[in-house]
Ligand binder design. Structure first.
Ligand SMILES: Nc1ncnc2c1ncn2[C@@H]1O[C@H](COP(=O)(O)OP(=O)(O)OP(=O)(O)O)[C@@H](O)[C@H]1O
Length: 375
């Protein structure tokens, strides 16, 4: 067993990843990853397929050893290049996409397995198993075999098994990926409730941003093995740092706008001056040679003005746009537009309560944009 070393981490830090790296075939799939997770947080690790989420989780669980960097839990070193605390000694539980239930054991035996290994027997064991099953609302399935359960029920058993062992950290690897859309929403509520009642730290790997937004206190977005931004769901949606993130999270348009040397907007502030935005866009569309920068415009900040007659020459006048597509989405229409001036064109997405015909000319007013970091 590894010797104990003390991490020079701040007292509030619970799980600390420092400079974490993992290579496969001479390629770093996780690179220089620094992450500090406070106790009891629900943190989602979000990113496209292959960005290193599962590898990060497996290093934290102890199934992979880092090629550089370290992992500490409550000041105790769990992993670095020379130290490896075994997975079962880390005080962590793991829930997998594939449920990983023992097929030959009943639900109750599955849930009680880790407790039996710890020496718990008799009435204490039965009580702990029933409690864990009650938490996931499956007490009536204690004697069922896994093959007789639905996907959602199997995942709740896996969660109950994890909760029964009262881990400090619960690692979840795409636990809802095998479930249908309706069941996912139900399970999201169950996860939120169990996170609150267990007090455990949840680290939740997903490539589904809707799931991450619905569940997590904070989201850490990984791209090609590196942390791109870590923030609350609201902040990530409203203020993504880069154009890549702006396109990855939510719907929206990344527009090029002319940025005069004495631009009155600043990094870290929304641009809410419609005249300034429209002028910047007009100049960018006219292929101005002055410097341009990228801004994010969310569709909820775009207003469509149906009659093109209302387009005039005032600075904050609506910009002319052509409808390129219009898709019915139940509660609204999603309207794809081409902002057009003689020389150039930029794509813009808007929401509308009414449909538009492809090819129609409309006016567009943009109320707010977020300046993105320069590429
Ligand atoms: N044992 C391994 N040997 C070689 N390459 C691996 C191994 N495990 C993962 N990889 C590679 O490392 C990269 C990151 O994989 P990882 O599973 O961590 O990504 P992910 O973000 O979880 O993706 P997904 O959402 O598809 O599960 C991928 O390119 C993958 O092919």
């Amino acid at each position: 067993m590894a010797q104990l070393k003390t991490a020079p981490a701040a007292a509030a830090d619970h799980l600390v990843l420092r400079g974490l790296q993992r290579n496969f075939a001479h390629r770093a799939v996780v690179r220089a990853l620094d992450l500090r997770v406070p106790r009891g947080q629900f943190l989602a690790l979000l990113g496209p397929s292959g960005c290193g989420k599962t590898t990060t989780l497996r290093m934290i669980a102890g199934f992979e050893q880092p090629d550089a960097g370290s992992i500490h839990l409550d000041g105790r070193l769990l992993s670095d290049t020379s130290t490896h605390v075994a997975p079962e000694l880390r005080g962590m539980g793991m829930v997998f996409q594939s449920y990983a239930l023992w097929p030959h054991m009943s639900v109750a035996e599955n849930v009680g397995y880790a407790l039996r290994l710890r020496g718990m027997r008799g009435a204490d064991l039965r009580r702990a198993v029933v409690q864990a099953l009650e938490q996931v609302e499956l007490a009536d399935k204690a004697d069922a075999m896994p093959h007789a359960l639905s996907g959602g029920q199997k995942q709740r058993v896996a969660l109950a098994r994890c909760l029964a062992a009262a881990p400090r950290v619960i690692l979840l690897d795409e636990p809802l990926a095998n479930l249908d859309r309706h069941l996912r929403r139900t399970m999201e509520s169950a996860f939120r409730r169990l996170h609150r009642s267990s007090g455990a730290t949840f680290l939740y790997v997903t490539h589904d941003q809707g799931e991450a937004m619905a569940l997590a206190d904070e989201i850490a977005v990984l791209h090609e093995g590196q942390l791109v931004q870590r923030a609350t769901p609201q902040r990530l949606y409203q203020q993504p740092r880069t154009a890549w993130l702006a396109r990855f999270i939510g719907q929206g348009s990344v527009l090029h706008i002319e940025a005069p040397a004495a631009a009155p907007w600043q990094d870290g502030r929304f641009i809410e001056d419609c005249a300034l935005l429209h002028t910047g866009l007009r100049h960018a569309l006219q292929e101005s040679r002055r410097p341009q920068r990228q801004v994010l415009v969310r569709p909820e900040h775009v207003t469509l003005i149906p009659s093109p007659e209302s387009v005039d020459s005032a600075q904050d006048a609506p910009l002319p746009a052509r409808v390129t597509d219009c898709v019915f989405k139940g509660e609204r229409y999603e309207v794809e537009l081409a902002l057009t001036l003689p020389d150039a064109c930029q794509q813009l997405l808007a929401f509308s309560p009414r449909p538009y015909t492809a090819g129609a000319m409309v006016g567009v007013r943009i109320a707010r944009a977020w300046p993105l970091a320069q590429p």
